[in-house]
Design a protein around this ligand. Structure first.
Ligand code: NAD
Length: 282
């Protein structure tokens, strides 16, 4: 029973922002592996080619569509391509987003243009693809599952990239509202809030000691671990889950800022007590 519930056999899933070897590409691989026909959408032909190749390597079915999903035209064209495929459109994973180099600035001097760019990339694009996907599902009378990418920066602070945090918090709100409006159409809408994930576009060096200190599971995440959560939310295993944002962050959001590298509050000065609580800390 559970094996069947995990299967996406016979379903068409759109992945918007599929390329580049990051989270979108991992989602393409995952949904292809459990039998879905993947419509991989990206603005960048080179990035898209990489996703298409990875789907083929998994022995999966899929095709690519070049579109800018920040626009209504791009999002609707992507869904029209998906609806023209072998099975009904039954899922969307909206990946597009991020904060690029020029989007990191102190809030007191934050440039208007960068603010608009970040909102368009993260929030407008999510709304455009969700609306276009739901329209296609409602017109076809088919149930479906939509998954958006928020971030743990949407539930805490996002210093020096304020609009990113605002947009990702907006996605938490958006999935709640859409889940209510579209629930009666049997369309579920959820989000994933990743922690720090190793992807080609997030240039951070590996530092095991630092990562162990910052994250309860002791390491940064892998794109496949976000894909696993997306698979769950897309599948019938999550048939009673909607309007939720699932943090996939190695426990990072559960760790308060004043809990130190040894997991003891930094204000706890008594060395004997520290030694008793964390005997192997040296
Ligand atoms: N990597 C992390 O640590 C992390 C953490 C939290 C949240 N997230 C979120 O996860 C998502 C994916 O992150 P990633 O690092 O894998 O991203 P990425 O930048 O590697 O991939 C995004 C893909 O989207 C495509 N794209 C960009 N603009 C587009 C548009 N207008 N239309 C269509 N395609 C477009 C890009 O070409 C790229 O291939 C983002 O929303 C990001 O905010 C990532």
């Amino acid at each position: 029973m559970y094996r069947e519930k995990l299967s996406l056999e016979g379903r068409t899933i759109v992945v918007a922002g599929a390329g580049g070897g990051g989270i979108g590409t991992a989602v393409c691989e995952a949904v292809a592996e459990v039998g879905a026909s993947v419509v991989a959408v990206d603005i960048d032909p080179e990035a898209l080619a990489e996703a298409e190749q990875r789907i083929r390597e998994r022995g999966g079915r899929g095709r690519g569509v070049i579109a800018d999903v920040r626009t209504r035209e791009g999002a609707e064209r992507a869904m029209a391509e998906a609806a023209a495929g072998p099975g009904p459109l039954s899922g969307l994973v909206h990946i597009v987003g991020g904060a690029r180099e020029g989007h990191w600035e102190p809030s007191a001097d934050y440039p208007d243009e960068a603010f608009r760019e970040v909102m368009e990339l993260n929030l407008d694009s999510a709304f455009q693809t969700c609306r276009a996907a739901a329209r296609a599902m409602i017109d076809a009378g088919t149930p479906g599952s939509i998954v958006c990418l928020s971030s743990i920066s949407g539930s805490a602070s996002s210093p020096f990239h304020l609009p990113y945090g605002i947009a990702k918090a907006g996605i938490v709100q958006m999935v709640q509202t859409l889940a209510v409006e579209w629930g009666r159409r049997s369309i579920r809408v959820n989000a994933i809030a990743p922690g720090s994930i190793r992807t080609p576009r997030v240039p951070m060096t590996e530092n095991p000691a630092r990562d162990r200190a910052a994250i309860p599971l002791g390491r940064r995440g892998d794109a496949s671990e976000i894909a696993g959560a997306a698979l769950f939310l897309l599948s019938d295993l999550a048939s009673y889950v909607t309007g939720q944002t699932l943090a996939v962050d190695g426990g990072a959001t559960g760790k308060l800022s004043f809990i130190g590298a040894d997991d003891v509050p930094v204000f706890m000065d008594d060395p004997e007590m520290r030694a008793r609580l964390v005997p192997d800390s040296d």
